[in-house]
Design a protein around this ligand. Sequence first.
Ligand code: ADP
Ligand code: MG
Length: 247
Amino acid sequence: MYVLNANHISKSYKTAGETMRILQNVNLQVMKGEMVAIMGPSGSGKTTLLHVLTGVDTPDDGEIVIGGETFSQLTEEEKAFFRRKHMGMIFQDFQLLESLTVKENILLPLILERKEADIQQERFSRIADVLGIEKLADKGITEISGGQKQRVAIARALAMEPELLLLDEPTSALDPISTSKIEDLAMELKKDYTIVMVTHNMQQAARISDKTAFFLLGEVVEYGETEQIFSMPKDKRTEDYITGRFG
Ligand code: ADP
Ligand code: MG
């Protein structure tokens, strides 16, 4: 069963009278339990795709089905509700609220959903334990390190136990040690979640994903098993990117 089924997604932006096609007929199917890497150079439309998939932005064309719901046909209000319940987003810049503590940030989706206090407590304990951030509960966001913020952002995305986790370059702001810790954590999460991870880091895609979609100029050039993409790419452009002969 597909957790995510996106078909014929197109998106353009108009700037200074010019139309820029950012996503061109993108198709992406993700099965339950898979970890899919969206790999491609900067400016290829990866973040735009995540924005469209989460309803933060509206596609010009195409259909998005998530967990059996035709997400692209929902109203803005329904999308926001659906997103909070079924999708966990981890943004490139974390987007944590500095007016709230670590624990409040993590529990915010549950607070908005008016979940009972004991459910909130149980959820926090379990997730904070997995991520090793129990001791940070009452700290302010400005008091914690980049690697810790990254964990808090992941914890918040997990708080609602979503069907689909979407990560935008989860380690681009981190040092190599924090990066490998987050990659290890992603491998752990893989067991229980369906994950779409955007990365421009080939080694990362190769190391932790099951499938890779190679993105170039808003198009999916190639999509398949990660092992196959890296050992025997079918498209010359994928091969050039992987071997560093790109551009
Ligand atoms: P990536 O995440 O792969 O680096 P993005 O999706 O952020 O790429 O951007 C793809 C292209 O779309 C870029 O050329 C960017 O300038 C353009 N773009 C993104 N958002 C907007 C917007 N709101 N208005 C106009 N152009 C945009
Ligand atoms: Mg981006």
